[in-house]
Design a protein around this ligand. Structure first.
Ligand code: HEM
Length: 387
């Protein structure tokens, strides 16, 4: 059964009529669309979409969307373009470098001549060489500015530490590109400047001398030094950089970019409310300390200015009185018992400010209650004083 007939049948069944002929005749546009569907289906459509065919196999649209259609934090500004600008210069260096390599000869005897030839005689040679030369300086400036942006915006912190480390390696490799490229014209200036740079490298701690030997390709500066610098500049370092830039971008896409430090984070909708913690008392401590102890701690630290604290002080006074009364009760035979009982009656008035200053608490009793059960309970167990 053809696709058209099957569609008609499906539509008829969906209508509930069961009669294929009863379905309305398709319009001209619908018929053309159906014909195209069929042609694509059978592979006979002439203008078959090559990009779509490739896309359906490699999911280029998906990758592009993931890279480019991203949410960026509020406050994203021009400073966020510095990384892309560095990457643009890296690409430009790679393209101009390919053209330069078509005319450059990496030999100690011919390097300089090949450079003068490409500058003076090759079409646009001076322009391309100038772009490569200025691009090198620009890349160093941009990479430092980009690094400063990520540093001052705190983008090196969790979870982006690894991207920072990759960035540091990229910075080192960028300077290695500058060093190795400087020697390639092999004129007086580049020759002596490289000797100086090599001697500085050799003065580095522990690995310095080995690194200098490796770069020189032996104990002395020679023709092989130029070959080594050329290989590093043309293949090793750019290859490493391309791979690391790929990893760097992967992390940028995966983790997103950091908001500027002056943009306040908004609590996501539906987030758990933040727990309130009683001032001066750590929540974990409250769980350990007996309930009344915690209340007393709050009351002692802050003088009883409101009713809640006045009640707390009152509770403390009640405890003290009871303790002293008990003491007096267990030693009735002692001659000083009477005096002790009198002292016990006076003591709460000195120790409990709430009892002495009824103005702070209108409801405070003049005499402390005899029964501890009468003492008011201020704490509901969560460590917060209720008023
Ligand atoms: C070849 C050199 C480099 C290229 C091509 C490059 C490229 C990029 C790009 C395109 C971004 C995303 C956009 C932006 O924030 O600017 C980025 C982000 C980042 N780069 Fe680089 N970068 C390079 C070197 C460095 C260096 C030297 C560091 C630090 C040492 C660094 C650390 C970071 C960090 C931490 C982020 C994340 C920024 C954020 O989350 O806000 N990058 N890089």
């Amino acid at each position: 059964m053809s696709l058209l007939k099957r569609k008609k049948k499906d539509a008829a069944e969906a209508n509930g009529s069961g009669d294929a002929e009863a379905v309305a005749t398709p319009t001209k546009g619908e018929r053309m669309g159906q014909a195209k569907d069929l042609a694509v289906h059978h592979g006979t459509h002439k203008s078959i979409d090559v990009a779509g065919w490739v896309d359906s196999r490699v999911n280029a649209t998906g990758i592009f969307t993931a890279m480019m259609s991203r949410h960026v934090p509020k406050g994203t500004n021009w400073f966020y373009t510095l990384g892309s600008a560095t990457m643009f210069i890296f690409a430009m260096q790679a393209i101009t470098g390919v053209f330069l390599s078509m005319y450059y000869t990496p030999s100690a005897t011919q390097a300089y001549a090949s450079i003068t030839h490409m500058t003076n005689e090759v079409f646009m040679g001076e322009f391309v060489r100038g772009m490569h030369k200025w691009g090198a300086s620009l890349m160093i400036i941009l990479i430092f500015l980009h690094m400063a942006r990520t540093f001052f915006f705190g983008a090196y912190k969790y979870p982006r530490e690894l991207n920072w480390v990759i960035g540091v390696v990229l910075l080192i490799l960028t300077t290695v590109m500058g060093l190795t490229g400087y020697l390639l014209p092999f004129d007086q200036r580049s020759f002596w400047a490289t000797i100086v740079a090599n001697n500085i490298t050799a003065s580095g701690p522990i690995v310095g001398p080995y690194l200098a030997d490796f770069l020189r390709a032996g104990p002395d500066f020679s023709a092989t030094t130029l070959s080594r610098f050329y290989a590093l500049h043309m293949m090793v370092v750019p290859g490493l950089m391309a791979a690391l830039i790929g990893a760097h971008l992967f992390f940028v896409v995966k983790l997103g970019t950091t908001a500027p430090p002056w943009v306040r984070a908004v609590r996501p909708k539906g987030a758990r409310p933040q727990e309130e913690v009683t001032a001066g008392v750590a929540r974990e401590d409250l769980d350990e300390v007996p309930v009344n102890g915690a209340v007393a701690a709050v009351a002692v630290e802050e003088p009883p200015v409101d009713q809640a604290n006045a009640e707390a002080a009152e509770a403390e006074a009640v405890e003290t009185t009871e303790a002293e009364e008990t003491e007096a009760a267990v030693a009735p035979e002692e001659p000083a018992a009477e005096a002790a009982a009198e002292e016990a009656a006076e003591a709460p008035a000195e120790e409990a400010p709430a009892a002495e200053e009824p103005a702070a608490d209108e409801t405070a009793p003049e005499e402390p209650p005899a029964d501890p059960a009468d003492a008011p309970s201020e704490d509901d167990g969560d460590g917060e004083v209720k008023s």
